[in-house]
Write a protein that binds this ligand. Structure first.
Ligand code: ATP
Length: 249
């Protein structure tokens, strides 16, 4: 079952075309990754799926409903994590999680927070003020926030940003387990190619708001004749640089 159906989605900011007519689907239990350089349109796409930005054109269907008409019905079934959205600094991590648990109408917030505290190893952090946590610690609290309502659709913008390699690795493992247990659909934006290679069933290569290539990580690596996704990404990025070089007369 398709949880996300995006059709010809566009977002313009004045003269800037941030997202230029992209179409994709994410099925239950599937992870789709948005990959692209700085400014390619990943965050803008995620913001439109969350209903934080209105598309300039195109449509977004989530759980079979047009988000433009049924945002209130679909939002409780989804959640997101982004390093660009800070939780209030003066509250402890537990207080922040409790506020969000209440917003999501979770029946037993204390129990759910305890589960996530164990799962994400937050025991030493959860009663500290959020503003006093390191970037990597905040990332883990943000992930706990994203998992509070056991979302059927999880939007992850750089989910392992600022995490050391060991912590990032077990967070990825935890996301895999969560998806296996719940059948959640995941849309992931990441600059970490190893992460995308490991987690994604399909990769959408974005450049200047357009999908310039797509496929499974293995398919892309094979077609580009490369060893890994990082090399594929560099091929695509370098094409762009060549195309953007000024023409010398
Ligand atoms: N509010 C805004 N007003 C004007 N332009 C914007 C706005 N938000 C994004 N843009 C522009 O839209 C384009 C896409 O930005 P977006 O943040 O979606 O890229 P991204 O792929 O997430 O990049 P990064 O990897 O750097 O996070 C960029 O050119 C950016 O400057």
């Amino acid at each position: 079952m398709d949880i996300v159906v995006v059709d010809n989605l566009e977002k313009r900011f004045g003269a800037v075309c941030a997202v230029g007519g992209i179409s994709f689907r994410v099925a239950a239990g599937q992870t789709v990754a948005l990959l692209g350089g700085n400014g390619a349109g990943k965050t803008t796409t995620i913001s439109m799926l969350l209903g934080l930005l209105l598309p300039s054109a195109g449509s977004i269907r989530l759980f079979g409903s047009d988000i433009a008409r049924s945002r209130a019905a679909v939002l409780p079934r989804m959640n997101f994590s982004s390093p660009y959205v800070d939780l209030p600094h003066r509250l402890t991590a537990r207080e922040n999680l409790t506020v969000f648990a209440r917003l999501y109408g979770i029946r037993n917030p204390a129990q759910r927070i305890a589960e996530l505290t164990t799962a994400l190893d937050l025991g030493a952090l959860v009663d500290r003020r959020t503003g006093s946590l390191s970037a990597g610690q905040k990332t883990r609290v943000a992930l706990a926030k994203a998992l509070l309502n056991k979302p059927e659709l999880l939007l992850l913008d750089e989910p392992t940003a600022s995490l050391d390699p060991d912590t990032a690795d077990w967070i990825r493992h935890y996301l895999e387990v969560f998806q296996k247990e719940t059948g959640a659909a995941i849309l992931l934006a990441s600059h970490n190619m190893g992460e995308v290679e490991r987690l994604a069933d399909e990769v959408l290569m974005l450049r200047k708001g357009k999908i310039v290539d797509r496929g499974t990580p293995d398919d892309l690596i094979y077609r580009f004749g490369r060893q890994n996704l990082e090399e594929v990404f560099l091929d695509i990025a370098r094409d762009r640089r060549v195309a953007e070089l000024p023409v010398l007369s």
